[in-house]
Design a protein around this ligand. Structure first.
Ligand SMILES: [Zn+2]
Length: 362
């Protein structure tokens, strides 16, 4: 196991440990595979190392425990510039489209937790949000919590999360994996229909920091295209790196695409805590310590789906306020990547009318 290094502790309530070294992350995310690759108990602090360790590797070794050469996540300024040596600046990127006017949805539960305020992010230039990696926009007030869910959409678990959120009249940001969205478009449409914000989280959840730039860019773009295609409408220009592993070049590329990058403040560690009561207790303890923050959870995880009703109840009892994050504009997709994720079209038939080929003669 490689050592962790403390990279940031500027916030008085937040210390961040970043893991070095990781094997290649494998990406086909079935609960059984996650179970098989479950990381050992980690420190109680936020660690991208522990986030990395949750992903299986081809050899079955937790990613965070290998001595691979993958660079660790680094703290980036929110508006990095493209390295001219990379030549990454895409030509004639489409301009973002404005988001539709949101309709207020009635809440039928008078005792619901509810949303205390809704914020709108102008993603021009690709701001970074989440104090564990980005320090430019400390927009949450003490006691404010933003709920985020990664890795869906997934049968049973995502609908259960949606039901719990609806019961308490709260909304969240979802970061679906493009491939999962292509498998379960109807569930993603449920997320959209419920009024939540939907970003993206790559096509197949690989560690982008371990990939050549062009391949990593393709993962980002295919993820966006796949989610938009499954959603049936443009989604928010919000993105989260798998395992929070980024590179300066990729962060700069997202800036060129006017896509905001989301990091985290509080990690639920729902990838390893599988008893709902323990998950709730852990999140509440971390929130008490941090005081506020963007909370990372996974609608992919059964434990999270089971824990949500009690977690939301305890957030209300604890006096926390839910902040709903929305985007000013919609994300644009690139046609080349739309084509790559489009379902194969049936080949046009060249068959003649059946009567021209087959006739009854006797
Ligand atoms: Zn993820």
């Amino acid at each position: 196991m490689r050592k962790f290094a403390v990279l940031a502790a500027g916030c008085s309530t937040l210390a961040v440990l970043v893991g070095f070294g990781a094997g290649r992350a494998w990406f086909t995310l079935t609960p059984a595979q996650l179970d098989a690759a479950r990381a050992p108990a980690a420190a109680e602090e936020l660690t991208t190392g522990t986030i990395a360790a949750r992903w299986p590797t081809p050899g079955g070794v937790p990613a965070g425990s290998s001595n691979g050469a993958t660079p660790a996540p680094t703290i980036q300024p929110a508006r990095a510039t493209v390295d001219p040596a990379i030549g990454a600046k895409p030509a004639a990127l489409p301009a973002p489209a404005p988001a539709p006017v949101r309709q207020a949805q009635a809440c039928s539960n008078p005792n619901a937790l509810g949303i205390s305020r809704t914020v709108e992010i102008d993603t021009a230039g690709g701001p970074g949000l989440g104090m564990s990696q980005y320090r430019d926009y400390d927009f949450l007030q003490p006691g404010e919590v933003a709920l985020t869910f990664d890795d869906g959409p997934w049968p049973v678990n995502t609908p259960a999360v949606l039901a719990a959120l609806a019961a308490q009249c709260v909304k969240a940001v979802f970061f679906p994996v493009g491939k999962h969205a292509s498998w379960h478009p109807a569930i993603l449409k449920q997320v959209i229909a419920a009024g939540h914000t939907v970003g993206s989280h790559t096509w197949s959840h690989v560690n982008l920091a371990s990939k050549p730039f062009a391949e990593a860019k393709g993962e980002i773009e295919k993820g966006i295209s796949g989610v938009v295609q499954a959603a049936g409408q443009p989604t928010a220009p919000f993105f989260r790196f798998p395992q929070l592993r980024q590179t300066p070049e990729l962060k700069a590329y997202l800036g060129e695409r006017n896509v905001a990058t989301f990091s985290i403040d509080v990690d639920s560690e729902d990838f390893r805590i599988h008893k709902p009561d323990q998950l709730v207790a852990g999140v509440m303890a971390k929130l008490k310590k941090a005081g506020k923050g963007i909370l990372l959870m996974h609608d992919f995880q059964k434990s999270t789906a089971q824990a949500m009703p009690e977690l939301l109840a305890q957030l209300k009892a604890g006096g926390y306020k839910i902040v709903f994050i929305t985007a000013k504009d919609r994300v644009t997709t690139l046609p080349e990547y739309d084509a790559q994720v489009a379902p194969a079209q049936p080949v046009a038939s060249t068959a003649k009318p059946i009567a021209n080929v087959i006739r009854t003669v006797d």
